[in-house]
Structures are given as structure tokens and as C-alpha cells.
Design a protein around this ligand. Structure first.
Ligand SMILES: C[S@@+](CC[C@H](N)C(=O)[O-])C[C@H]1O[C@@H](n2cnc3c(N)ncnc32)[C@H](O)[C@@H]1O
Length: 179
């Protein structure tokens, strides 16, 4: 299912997440550029930076992003980011990697567009939590056929050794990556 169909109600269910821990790991400074990959309506990233650039494949989600005040919505694929190499100070990707058709290529793309000293902050649902495996995983599979959740080990395999994990919500973790 495309996110276009749920774009209008998405924020109602997803705005409970706190952007503050993500902002703390991003350590975004004034005038630095933040890219949110698969950023959807910007419900999280727009609260971190009003100047966030969102790349997403769903026009419906991007329209909502614009009504949320996102200034730079870009239609595109995570696997082929329409962004110049080395041009982003920070890259964020929340609750989206497991929706991409080729997550490994998407991570390579995030690294490509990142500056050498940049930081990538990923947030992913944690399949090691029973509630996620049973309830959230089931819902995801019902609605989004291509969704496969990553354990920390699985993510490390596709993202590389230079990765750090931190707790986030009761159902998800944060992963920090460098180039
Ligand atoms: C669960 S939503 C997460 C949105 C936002 N990151 C958040 O945390 O609220 C997943 C998003 O990934 C987008 N998406 C899925 N596959 C994509 C791809 N290959 N390239 C870009 N965006 C994609 C969807 O359109 C959707 O907006």
C-alpha cells in the first residue's frame, strides 16, 4: 500500500514520538543542512529543523509535509537520492528504512550525500521486542507487504561496523552511523 492513502491521518497516529532524543543525537548546528530520507509528513523532522529537506516517494505525504510548514519537500527515492554528494551535514531516517525496497542501497545513498564529518541518525522498529514482533510487525505486514524489520545485528550487517545503538521509544531504537 502506498502511503498516499494514509497521508491525511498519518500524523494523528504518529505525532506521539518525541523529537528531542533524535535532535540530541543529530547535534545540528545553526546553518547546517538536515536531510530526512523517507521523511513523509515531516511530523518529527520539522520539529527538529524548520529548514529540513524531505525526500519521499509519496506525493500525498509530501503534501501533508507542506501543510506542516516543510519548506523543502522533494519527491524521490531513497535508493537514488536526488541530492548532491557530500552536501548534507546530517541525515535522518525514521521508521522508514524497513519500507524501502532496497535498504542497503538506501544506506549507501545516505552516506554518499553526507559530508565526511556528518552523522546519520536512523530510527527503526525493534523486532526484538515481543510487542513489535507480534502486533506492530503483523500490522506492518498486513498493510505494507514489503516491510521487513531489522534487528540491531541485521542492521549492522547492511550498514557496516561503525554503528552505535541507543534506546528510543518502547518499540524502536536509534542507530548512529558515520560515513
Ligand atoms: C512510516 S513512514 C515514516 C515517515 C517519517 N519518516 C516518520 O517517521 O514519520 C515511511 C515513509 O517512507 C516513504 N517511502 C517508502 N519507500 C520509499 C522509498 N523507496 N524512497 C523514498 N521514500 C519511501 C513512504 O512514502 C513514507 O512516507
Amino acid at each position: 500500500m502506498s502511503f498516499d492513502r494514509i497521508a491525511k491521518i498519518y500524523d494523528k497516529f504518529m505525532k506521539w514520538r518525541d523529537p528531542e532524543p533524535l535532535a540530541r543525537y543529530l547535534r545540528l548546528k545553526k546553518n547546517q543542512k538536515l536531510l530526512d530520507v523517507g521523511g513523509g509528513t515531516g511530523v518529527l523532522s520539522h520539529r527538529i529543523s524548520p529548514d529540513v529537506i524531505i525526500v519521499d516517494e509519496s506525493i500525498g505525504m509530501l503534501k501533508r509535509a507542506m501543510s506542516n510548514g516543510v519548506k523543502y519537500p522533494v519527491r524521490g527515492l531513497a535508493e537514488y537520492l536526488p541530492i548532491k554528494s557530500g552536501s548534507m551535514d546530517r541525515v535522518l531516517c525514521t521508521d522508514a528504512l524497513h519500507h524501502f525496497s532496497d535498504p542497503e542501497t538506501a544506506i549507501k545513498e545516505m552516506k554518499r550525500v553526507l559530508r565526511d564529518d556528518g552523522i546519520i541518525v536512523l530510527e527503526e522498529l525493534d523486532p526484538e521486542r515481543l510487542f513489535v514482533r507480534i502486533v506492530v510487525g503483523l500490522v506492518e505486514r498486513l498493510f505494507f507487504s514489503n516491510s521487513t524489520l531489522f534487528s540491531r545485528d541485521e542492521l549492522q550487517k547492511i550498514a557496516g561496523e561503525d554503528i552505535e545503538f541507543h534506546p528510543y521509544t518502547r518499540v524502536s531504537y536509534i542507530a548512529l552511523l558515520k560515513k
